[in-house]
Design a protein around this ligand. Structure first.
Ligand SMILES: NC(=O)c1ccc[n+]([C@@H]2O[C@H](COP(=O)([O-])OP(=O)(O)OC[C@H]3O[C@@H](n4cnc5c(N)ncnc54)[C@H](OP(=O)(O)O)[C@@H]3O)[C@@H](O)[C@H]2O)c1
Length: 245
C-alpha cells in the first residue's frame, strides 16, 4: 500500500484538487491547502477522510511557518510537495497596478519560493518537489506580463535548487500546463463570455481538439512526484495537448 505523504498547495479547486483526487486513488496520503475556508471544506468533503486540509495563505510567511509545524506535528516528514497555489488576473502592461503586481508575485513566486524553503526540513531523503508554472513562460500572450514574470521566476529557481538540495536527496521538476479549464478563469474576473471565447479558441486550435482538463495534468504530476521519475532533475513536462507546437 502506498503511504507516501504529499502536500499540495492550493489543492481546493482546479488542478490541485484533481491531483489530490488522483493521488488519493493511488493510496497516497494527501494534505491540501487553500486560503478560502468554504473551498477547503468543500474539497475535503469531496475528497474524503484520507485527505487532510489546512487553511494557509501562501503569500504569508507566517502562515507557511504554521503550516509546516502543523504538518510536522500531525504527519512527520513528507515525501513530496506540489507547489501549485497560484492566481491569474489579466491586465495589459500599461494598466498593471502595483497592487496587482504585488499580489501576483507574492502568491505565485515569493509564496512558492518560501514554501519550498520552509518545507525543506521536513522533506524526506529522497523526496520530490514539483513546481506548477505555465506555457506563458515560453509562449507569449497579451495581458499576462506579471503572471508570466511570476512563472518564469519560479521556473528559474528549479535549476539552482537541484544543485543546492542534491545532497539532501531532494529533486525539483516542473509541470507546465497549457490553458486548462478551471475556476482560475472565473476567479480572474473574466466574464463568462470571455471565458467561453478563450476555451473555444484553445479547443478549436489544439491538436487534441479540446481544452485541457485538470484531470489531464494529475497523472503527470503523480509521475513527477513518484519514484518512477527518480532520475529526473529540472525536467519540464508541457501538458498542453500540443497547442504551443
Ligand atoms: N488553469 C490554467 O489555465 C493554468 C495554466 C497554467 C498554469 N496554471 C497554474 O496552475 C495552478 C492552479 O491553478 P488552477 O487553474 O487549478 O486554478 P484554481 O482552480 O483557481 O486553483 C488555485 C488554487 O490555489 C489556491 N490559492 C490561490 N491563492 C492562494 C493563496 N494566496 N494561498 C493559498 N492558496 C491559494 C486556491 O485556493 P482559494 O480558492 O482558496 O483561493 C486554489 O486552491 C496555478 O499556479 C496556475 O497559475 C493554471
Amino acid at each position: 500500500m502506498n503511504k507516501q505523504i504529499i502536500v499540495i498547495t492550493g489543492g481546493t479547486t482546479g488542478i490541485g484538487f484533481a491531483c489530490a483526487e488522483y493521488l488519493l486513488n493511488l493510496d497516497y496520503r494527501v494534505i491540501i491547502t487553500g486560503r478560502t475556508k468554504e473551498n477547503l471544506d468543500s474539497a475535503i468533503s469531496k475528497l474524503g477522510q484520507n485527505c487532510f486540509g489546512f487553511l494557509s495563505n501562501t503569500s504569508s510567511l507566517s502562515d507557511i511557518d504554521e503550516l509546516v509545524i502543523k504538518v510536522k506535528n500531525q504527519f512527520g516528514n513528507i515525501d513530496g510537495l506540489f507547489v501549485n497555489a497560484g492566481v491569474f488576473r489579466a491586465s495589459n502592461f500599461e494598466g498593471t497596478s502595483e497592487e496587482l503586481f504585488d499580489e501576483t508575485m507574492n502568491i505565485n513566486f515569493k509564496g512558492a519560493f518560501f514554501t519550498v524553503q520552509k518545507f525543506i526540513p521536513i522533506l524526506n531523503n529522497p523526496s520530490s518537489i514539483v513546481l506548477n508554472t505555465s506555457i506563458v513562460v515560453f509562449k507569449s500572450f497579451a495581458d499576462t506580463s506579471v503572471y508570466t514574470a511570476s512563472k518564469a521566476a519560479l521556473e528559474s529557481i528549479a535549476k539552482v535548487l537541484n544543485i543546492e538540495l542534491a545532497d539532501r536527496g531532494i529533486r525539483v521538476n516542473i509541470v507546465s500546463p497549457g490553458v486548462t479549464e478551471s475556476p482560475i478563469q472565473k476567479k480572474s474576473g473574466m466574464t463568462d463570455e470571455a471565458i467561453n471565447n478563450l476555451l473555444e479558441y484553445f479547443s478549436s486550435t489544439s491538436p487534441i481538439g479540446r481544452i485541457i482538463q485538470p484531470t489531464d495534468i494529475a497523472p503527470i504530476v503523480e509521475f513527477l512526484l513518484s519514484n518512477k521519475s527518480r532520475v529526473l532533475r529540472n525536467e519540464k513536462i508541457i501538458v498542453d495537448g500540443g497547442t504551443t507546437l
